[in-house]
Design a protein around this ligand. Structure first.
Ligand SMILES: [Zn+2]
Length: 370
């Protein structure tokens, strides 16, 4: 609790000019890298080689060796795309292009805290369109759950706000939602800060009401981190505890462009192996992914890149670990559960609708109560 309030704020990737970014990546980063290498060689603090081979097979053998007990997963939007969730902060998804109807001064305003406090309507309209809970976790989400079941998961650091990690069975203590979550909501008044549940918010979002605090009548906002807001305190406190103890870092579905999340990869020990499962090609040296790939190539004694979708990468790793059947079984079982629950809800809703139409039917109350 005594940790100082972190000053790092969540920045929109567009807030830094392209030229500035490029010069940073092309000149400053390699220089820092060079100096770090020089010092670590001189001072003898470079890491030890842990993997016998820099492949997925090498990672699998390391996990099976028993020496790897604390796995940290770092995940981004790429693990949820196969669930049908658009990466709605990324300008490339076309989502920003569909925001004209909200009359925003500029597209990013929809996720900016100052704008939201004055004009909450566009955000809630968008939230209705993209509401989480209509989606199913992916193979990758269940792979992380499997790591937890095997007692290997130290923590999952997620950039996603879709709550699919929780739907897949991770609990609050397993999870750092670095950019917040729809799972809970709070009154925006600093004097009040009353908490509201996901169910409460869902009802508000799907009615046309703007969610207002029942105690003080201020706005209530889902706990997702808007541009201009601090990351959750727990992100910083857990980070300091977890990363020095990490035996294996698995990075999935993120090209590590958003700070301070991206800097986490440098917080593990010098020997800790890092596995990247991501769709981006190793050859694509854009100013955006340059530092990460440079890092991979420069210190190739511990970094493994598996270029595939997150689901395919997780299936391949599960196969090597002898967990493939178990993983596929889990996905099938859990998806069936979600489907049957959705069907039940749908049936209830249409029963309620029918009940409303035919007023006075005794069934209505019963269906609602379920
Ligand atoms: Zn309040």
């Amino acid at each position: 609790d005594s940790a100082p309030e972190p000053e790092v704020r969540h920045k929109t990737p567009t807030s830094v000019s392209a030229t500035h970014r490029q010069s940073y990546y092309l000149f400053i980063f390699p220089a820092v890298d060079f100096l770090r290498n020089l010092f670590s060689k001189t001072l003898g603090i470079s890491g030890e080689k842990v993997l016998d081979e820099l492949t997925l097979e090498g990672v699998a053998r390391y996990i099976q060796s028993g020496a790897c007990k604390n796995i940290i997963c770092m995940v981004g939007a790429g693990i949820s795309t196969s669930a049908g969730i658009p990466d709605f902060r990324s300008p490339e998804t076309g989502l920003y292009a569909n925001l004209q109807k909200y009359n925003l001064p500029y597209p990013e305003a929809i996720f900016q805290i100052d704008y939201f406090k004055k004009h909450p309507e566009p955000f809630f309209a968008l939230a209705r369109e993209l509401y989480p809970g209509l989606f199913k976790p992916t193979v990758c989400h269940y792979f992380i759950k499997l790591l937890k079941d095997k007692g290997l998961l130290k923590r999952c650091y997620s950039q996603n706000i879709d709550t699919l990690e929780r739907v897949a069975g991770l609990e609050s203590e397993d999870l750092i939602e670095a950019h917040g979550t729809f799972y809970s909501s709070h009154c925006v008044s600093f004097m009040c800060r009353s908490e509201y549940s996901m169910d409460w918010m869902k009802v508000k979002i799907f009615s046309d009401d703007i969610p207002k605090c029942e105690k003080c009548n201020s706005l209530v906002k889902p706990d997702i981190v808007f541009f201009g807001e601090n990351l959750p305190k727990r992100f910083f406190t857990s980070m300091a505890m977890d990363f020095p103890r990490c035996d294996l870092l698995i990075i999935m579905g993120t090209s590590l462009q958003v700070q301070p999340f991206a800097a986490l990869v440098g917080r593990v020990s010098k020997s800790c192996p890092r596995l990247l499962i991501n769709l981006e090609k190793a050859g694509g040296v854009s100013p955006h992914n340059f530092p990460w790939w440079r890092l991979l190539n420069a210190r190739s004694f511990r970094d493994v890149a598996h270029i595939s979708t997150c689901d395919d990468g997780c299936l391949a790793l599960a196969d090597l670990l002898g967990w493939k059947a178990e993983l596929e079984e889990m996905v099938k079982r859990e998806h069936e559960k979600i489907d049957s629950k959705a069907k039940e809800e749908q049936a209830n809703q249409s029963a309620v609708a029918t009940g409303k139409a035919e007023t006075g039917k005794a069934e209505t109350g019963k269906t609602k109560a379920e």
